[in-house]
Design a protein. Structure first.
Length: 319
């Protein structure tokens, strides 16, 4: 049995997540962090050891998180990580949603609710009448592979039947890194939002280059005055730690929110899918500006390493 615990961190931020990993580690050593606010835990051994049901174990986790850290959470449980994540998305505070019959849980739900199905894939499937998970599960494998591709079609067919071959991987915090900026007052000015994204992208890029890593995607989270959030993720054209590429994608994601007059309390930027830089490929270009920007970036990194992170900053941040 897998527990998916989604914490309501709000102003506490992602810095609280390692402590919450320690809280779940008191019950099982198999705990995977899915920043910014989610933990997955394989609790099959804990259930046998304590003689508890998933609901009872989840209640203990919820009470301890509130008592020790003042953090509330929603918890879903299922026989695999996919079903646990889906259950957690639909669980209510104070109530643990346990998936005991995967077929019944999945069948009537819209296909877009299936873990791993994005909007583009959902539109393709709905165009052919496969608008529910049950209809996808009933469709022949050859049809799904013709619509979304051989590998994706096979994975889609398995997920629609409640199968998930992934496992909970302990100590997964290093798969991503994040930076966040909270404004001193609610900000409506888009130029202020963009300056924050520029600073955050530069910070993440410098950290990744220092650790010789690249990322495959970026996630932007906007936190509003009422403490609600909007999160969106996009994949980079190629794995990179180049600050200019990170900034451009961060701007594009921010622009897709259509915030207009939204009162923004803070912005967080997360680099996901980290991998060693030595294994990443870079598409060569005839544009000399790109190579020049990368050489300048390398010089700036050496200057910051010698004189501190504020030695060289973009002009818009120095003003």
């Amino acid at each position: 049995m897998i527990l998916c615990v989604r914490f309501r961190l709000e102003d506490l931020g992602e810095a609280m997540l390692p402590r919450l990993v320690g809280l779940l580690a008191e019950f099982t050593p198999v705990v995977e962090a899915a920043p910014p606010d989610t933990l997955l835990a394989d609790v099959r051994g804990a259930l046998r050891y304590f003689g508890w049901s998933p609901v009872e174990l989840a209640s203990v986790v919820r009470v301890r998180a509130l008592a020790l850290y003042g953090v509330d959470c929603v918890i879903g449980a299922g026989p695999n990580p996919m079903l646990a994540r889906m259950a957690a998305r639909e669980a209510r505070p104070g109530v643990t949603l346990v998936v005991e019959d995967p077929a019944a849980f999945l069948r009537e739900r819209p296909v877009v609710a299936l873990d791993g199905v994005g909007r583009a894939t959902a539109r393709t499937l709905c165009a052919y009448g496969l608008d529910s998970i049950g209809r996808v599960a009933d469709a022949p494998l050859a049809v799904l592979q013709r619509l979304v591709g051989a590998k994706a079609g096979r994975e889609l067919a398995e997920r629609a039947r409640g199968l998930d071959r992934s496992a909970v991987v302990p100590n997964a915090l290093s798969r991503s890194m994040a930076a966040e900026q909270t404004f001193s007052q609610d900000e409506l000015d888009h130029s202020t939002h963009r300056r924050a994204l520029l600073a955050l992208a530069g910070e993440l890029g410098a950290r990744m280059r220092k650790e010789k890593q690249v990322c495959r995607s970026l996630t932007v989270t906007v936190r509003y005055a009422d403490r609600s959030t909007t999160t969106r993720t996009r994949t980079l054209p190629e794995p990179t730690a180049h600050s200019a590429a990170l900034t451009a994608l961060a701007y594009a994601i921010h622009g897709s929110f259509g915030l207009q007059r939204a009162r923004v309390r803070g912005i967080a930027l997360r680099a996901e899918g980290l991998a060693p830089a030595e294994g990443a490929a870079h598409q060569l270009t005839f544009d000399p500006a790109d190579e020049k920007a990368r050489r300048i970036e390398a010089v700036a990194d050496r200057a910051r390493a010698k004189f501190g992170p504020g030695a060289i900053v973009p002009g818009s941040l120095a003003a």
